[in-house]
Ligand binder design. Structure first.
Ligand SMILES: Nc1ncnc2c1ncn2[C@@H]1O[C@H](COP(=O)(O)OP(=O)(O)OP(=O)(O)O)[C@@H](O)[C@H]1O
Ligand SMILES: [Mg+2]
Length: 274
């Protein structure tokens, strides 16, 4: 477990060597929006290095800058100060990262299956393999029954699951997920958390996952970062030493270390929001 040391020297600018090692590197990143009523300092300054294979979960109060941070990492916005690198280079929107937004953004004129198929096509998966993998991905998110429906014929929670299946379909080294499970019922949410934990342990894809849920953060994260209120800075940076493979979800939740981590993160979230 590690915490930011306020006395430590500021993080050094990224060098070529650590560009290779770090999937995501934020150096002194700040973001200020031009709001209608004047500038809005949304994030930072924040420095963060996320090595490949990390499942990083960001937790923080509403409006503290979590979506802003994800948008910067996805390349949809440029930071107003500091540097963001993914895989050693400036992020390019639509390249190198599978993204699940807070609001699902799907092609409404396509079917559920069609949306997932398109993501596979973009990932360069050949037609025959696509035909096999679409039902497999839909089964994984519990949507196999509605594969032929149009997007406007399914519920909001189902739309969110299409977005998740689509992000899982690509083979981008980086997955960025902005509260993907927030609109789901408790049972589906738990099932998808378990799936995502297993899939991420199998594939080792680097992930940045945003949530309000302390429980979800500790269950999914190999590392949990708690942000302060706006402009979001790091309040807690915790390595989660829980086993990632060879353990059933219920066994994991029953571990005393799990309860201790949940209490620690919960405490930090409450303190950061106070
Ligand atoms: N385009 C924008 N123009 C002006 N202000 C913005 C813009 N986008 C976001 N903000 C403000 O920046 C702050 C951070 O927003 P952000 O969406 O990153 O928060 P968040 O942590 O994702 O919140 P939530 O948990 O509610 O999704 C908020 O105060 C928000 O109102
Ligand atoms: Mg948000």
């Amino acid at each position: 477990m590690s915490r930011p040391d306020p006395a430590a020297a500021p993080a050094a600018a990224p060098t070529v060597a650590d560009e290779d090692a770090a999937a995501v590197h934020l150096h002194e990143v700040g973001h200020v929006y031009d709001g209608a009523g004047g500038p809005v300092a949304a994030l930072g300054p924040i420095s963060l290095t996320v090595p490949s294979g990390t499942f990083l979960v960001l937790v923080g109060a509403s409006g503290c800058g979590k979506s802003t941070l994800l948008r910067l990492v996805a390349g949809f916005e440029k930071p107003t100060s500091g540097t963001v690198l993914t895989g050693g280079a400036e992020p390019v929107p639509g390249r190198g990262a599978g993204v699940v937004f807070q609001q699902p953004r799907l092609f409404p004129w396509k079917t559920v299956g069609g949306n997932v198929e398109l993501a596979l096509r973009y990932a360069g998966v050949p037609r025959a393999e696509r035909a096999r993998r679409v039902p497999e991905l839909l089964e994984r998110v519990g949507l196999h029954d509605v594969a032929d429906r149009r997007i406007w014929q399914i519920s909001g929670g189902q739309q969110q699951r299409v977005a998740i299946a689509r992000a899982l379909a690509g083979d981008d080294p980086l997955l960025l997920l902005d509260e993907p499970f927030a609109a789901l019922d408790a049972l589906t949410r738990e099932r998808l958390q378990e799936d995502l934990r297993r899939v991420s342990a199998q594939t080792g894809r680097t992930s940045v996952f945003v949530t309000h849920s302390v429980e979800e953060a500790v269950f999914l994260g190999s590392r949990v970062v708690v942000l302060t209120r706006r402009p979001g800075r790091i309040a807690l940076d915790l390595e989660v030493g829980l086993p990632r493979t060879g353990i059933e979800p219920d066994e994991l939740r029953a571990l005393p270390e799990y309860a201790a981590l949940r209490a620690e993160v919960g405490h930090a979230v409450r303190a950061a929001a106070a």
